[in-house]
Design a protein around this ligand. Structure first.
Ligand code: GLN
Length: 496
């Protein structure tokens, strides 16, 4: 039998239904691929027995012709999603050994639709980072390498972050799709760095219940997959109203797969002039120009637009996100979950547990967050950042009110960098990676990253499309048009 792991999710689904292979065979192929990919460090916990058990059930249902939408499809779950009785760490020492007594709504939705779980995927600690180098369980290595002949062709490349394990596992064909989360870019940036497709849905589209909170007003769940269709299939299963999350929205979930391949004729694509900024590499700028041409060739009307408050977005995000994080992370006190460092009294126990349990970047965010929320600084920083947030939101509303259907931008200012290359001296160097993605979270809008080309040194580059609230369908249509027009970004051959 040919290599089953090379199939797309849609092809695997169709192959299962046509009985060309069984769910157990498909899952065994993925389990073998996961076991052989230790050098990439994509998984914190592997759960092959879970996958086998679910695959047997899937084969029975397939045999009876009762296939559910994701029957027998092996997936990876970002280790920020609580999974019943399976260790969930948020890639932090403080949660090591924590086995949740419940399942997150989004992962439960996937199991309801027949998917199987290969394991829990590595990430930046508490989803804070852009390179997956802050995990307590070690960095994730991208399956991508620079082109042969490049002087750094052997260097480990980062997969992006925080959903680096999700993106790398999909790009390495270890799973057919993965869950991820996006607070400031953590789905779209790793997707762009690994030649995969990732969508951050509208805030409220997927339930946040049972997902470890980072910044609750920005966090959203979404999928990373090998192509636009696979991403659409996964989002349909993940999304939906959940009474357990009061910010989840009670709207019908469309058949996103039907939006893939629809016509772009007459749709208006906005190009924001403010995204032409310092730090963007020349090849990313050229890629953006090609993207505009592909949209025009597909029948879209191109319109220059202005999002004037873009330049303040990154600064405001790095106030709002740490503020919410400092509050959310107050619950890790050594009493209820994970690590406890015994000490003389309870205050010392809190301090020692938190000092030992949190890594550098998480401690930095807690300190920034508590500072901007403290008396005397609250108005100067936090309130101002919230005002900027409103202005950013209004910029987008104005563009959409003027008839724009989606906005096209680069996903990242550059291609992926090498491990250790950024942020070790100055954390702001790392934060600058998020310049094109954070605005979308601040406004609560949907955004998708789609592969569109390859850099001079052989690494993938992605474009981003931003849509109206709850109009993910248009993003799937536009991203599919780019996917069809762009030269195919072939996933890297196995070297690990
Ligand atoms: N890189 C951004 C940060 O570190 C975004 C992370 C995310 O979306 N979870 O905050």
């Amino acid at each position: 039998m040919s290599d089953l792991t090379a199939l797309s999710l849609a092809a695997a689904r169709d192959g299962l239904r046509a009985k060309r292979f069984s769910a157990l065979e498909l899952n065994e192929a993925s389990i073998t691929a996961v076991a052989a990919a230790k050098p990439l460090n994509c998984f914190i916990t592997e759960t092959p027995d879970h996958a086998r058990r679910a695959a047997r059930v899937a084969d029975e249902r397939l045999g009876r012709g009762e296939a559910r939408p994701l029957e027998g499809i092996p997936l990876g779950i970002k280790d920020l999603y609580c999974t019943l009785g399976v260790q969930t760490t948020a890639a932090s020492r403080i949660l090591q050994g924590f086995e949740p007594p419940y399942e997150s709504t989004v992962s439960a939705n996937l199991w309801r639709d027949g998917a199987t779980m290969l394991g829990k995927l590595n990430l930046d600690e508490f989803a804070m980072g852009s390179s997956n180098e802050t995990s307590f369980f070690g960095p994730v290595v991208s399956p991508w390498r620079r082109r042969e002949g490049d002087e750094l062709s052997e260097a480990a490349i980062v997969p992006g972050g925080s959903s680096g394990g999700s993106a790398a596992a999909v790009a390495a064909r270890l799973c057919f799709g993965a869950t991820a989360t996006d607070t400031g870019g953590s789905i779209r940036q790793p997707a762009a760095f690994t030649g995969t497709v990732g969508i951050k849905p509208t805030y409220g589209r997927c339930s946040r219940w049972g997902i470890v909170a980072f910044a609750s007003s920005l966090d959203q769940a979404g999928p990373i997959a090998r192509d636009v269709r696979d991403c659409a299939i996964l989002l349909r299963s993940m999304a939906g109203h959940d009474p357990k999350d009061t910010t989840s929205v009670d709207l019908p979930v469309p058949d996103y797969e039907a939006a893939v391949g629809a016509s772009m004729k007459g749709r208006v694509i906005g190009i924001p002039s403010e995204y032409r900024m310092d730090g963007m590499s020349a090849e990313v700028e050229a890629l953006w120009e090609r993207g505009i041409a592909w949209m025009r060739d597909a029948g879209a009307d191109i319109r220059e637009i202005s999002l004037p408050h873009t330049r303040y977005a990154l600064a405001a995000y790095y106030i709002v996100a740490p503020a919410e994080a400092s509050s959310n992370l107050a619950r890790y006190d050594g009493v209820r979950y994970g690590l406890r460092v015994p000490a003389r009294d309870v205050v010392d126990m809190y301090e020692e547990t938190r000092a030992a349990g949190f890594g550098r970047e998480v401690r930095r965010r807690i300190m920034v967050g508590t500072y901007v929320l403290s008396a005397g600084y609250y108005d100067a920083y936090y309130v101002r950042a919230q005002k900027i947030r409103t202005l950013i939101k209004r910029d987008f509303e104005n563009a959409f009110a003027a008839g724009v259907d989606a906005i096209l931008t680069p996903a990242t200012p550059t291609a992926a960098f090498a491990a250790g290359e950024k942020g070790s001296g100055d954390p702001i160097e790392m934060y600058l990676n998020d310049v094109f993605t954070v605005t979308v979270n601040m406004a609560g809008l949907p955004g998708i990253a789609v592969p569109a080309g390859v850099s001079a040194n052989g690494l993938p580059l992605g474009l981003q499309l931003i849509g109206r609230a709850f109009d993910e369908a248009t993003l799937f249509t536009a991203a599919a048009a780019i996917e069809a027009a762009a030269p195919k970004v072939e996933l890297p051959a196995r070297w690990w």
